[in-house]
Design a protein around this ligand. Structure first.
Ligand code: PRP
Ligand code: URA
Length: 205
């Protein structure tokens, strides 16, 4: 399943952050806002269960999420995208997945992996602003599944069709949400039109 989250405010924020002249401070704010704007779509089918709720006047019924939520940012750039999700899901815990794409082979190289103990029963939202070749996202989901995760979904800011295909082939049941589906990859594995290197633009490196 691929959902391109379509909203005029997302389009406007994306236009501002794609601009090569957008400095890191503003870039981070735009990424954070797009992430928050995506949360309702990414969580639309989360299961809830009924709970009693005592208002100042009487007892009524409400709902609470049936399972814990884990946000799983792929380091580094995933951290910038994570903030906007955490703003709307403040009780989520975090799984950190350190992967660095080798500039020559374009394969992800793992360097860190730490997950909360509730991973097997949680709804896990894997976060990375960029889905380019799809290698990093596929590797992150493989590692999370090996560690016990069962319910996963993936959210990104910008996806290339090549990355969507790779991720679908590696994990056919994984729902993918993106704010934009761009045209293609260039010879160096960068997304076109894209936004450049997300990690460098978030952290000013
Ligand atoms: C970027 C991006 C993704 C990956 C996407 O991270 O944030 O993790 O590349 O590329 P792929 O789909 O071809 O695997 P990078 O490895 O450059 O590390 P960074 O976040 O530390 O900048
Ligand atoms: N990683 C990025 O940060 N940007 C791209 O376009 C591709 C991979």
């Amino acid at each position: 399943m691929l959902e391109v989250v379509d909203h005029p405010l997302i389009h406007a924020e994306l236009t501002l952050l794609r601009d090569r002249h957008c400095p890191p401070q503003r870039f981070r704010s735009h990424v954070r806002r797009v992430a928050s704007l995506m949360v309702p779509a990414v969580t639309a089918n989360l299961e809830t269960e009924p709970v009693p709720c005592e208002t100042p006047l009487e007892v009524t019924s409400g709902v609470t999420p049936s399972r814990p939520i884990i946000l799983a940012p792929i380091l580094r750039a995933g951290i910038g995208f994570f903030d906007g999700f955490l703003d709307l899901l403040p009780e989520a815990s975090t799984a950190h997945i350190g992967l660095a794409r080798n500039e020559e082979t374009l394969r992800p190289e793992p360097y860190y992996f730490k997950t909360p103990p509730e991973l097997p029963k949680a709804e896990v939202i894997v976060l990375d602003p960029m889905l380019a070749t799809g290698g990093s996202a596929a590797e992150a989901v493989t590692r999370l599944r090996a560690a016990g995760a069962v319910r996963l979904r993936f959210a990104c800011l910008v996806a290339a069709p090549e990355g969507v295909d790779t991720l679908h082939r590696a994990h056919p049941d994984l729902p993918i949400f993106t704010a934009a589906l761009d045209r293609c990859l260039n010879a160096k594995g960068y997304i076109l039109p894209g936004l450049g290197d997300a990690g460098d633009r978030i952290f000013g490196t």
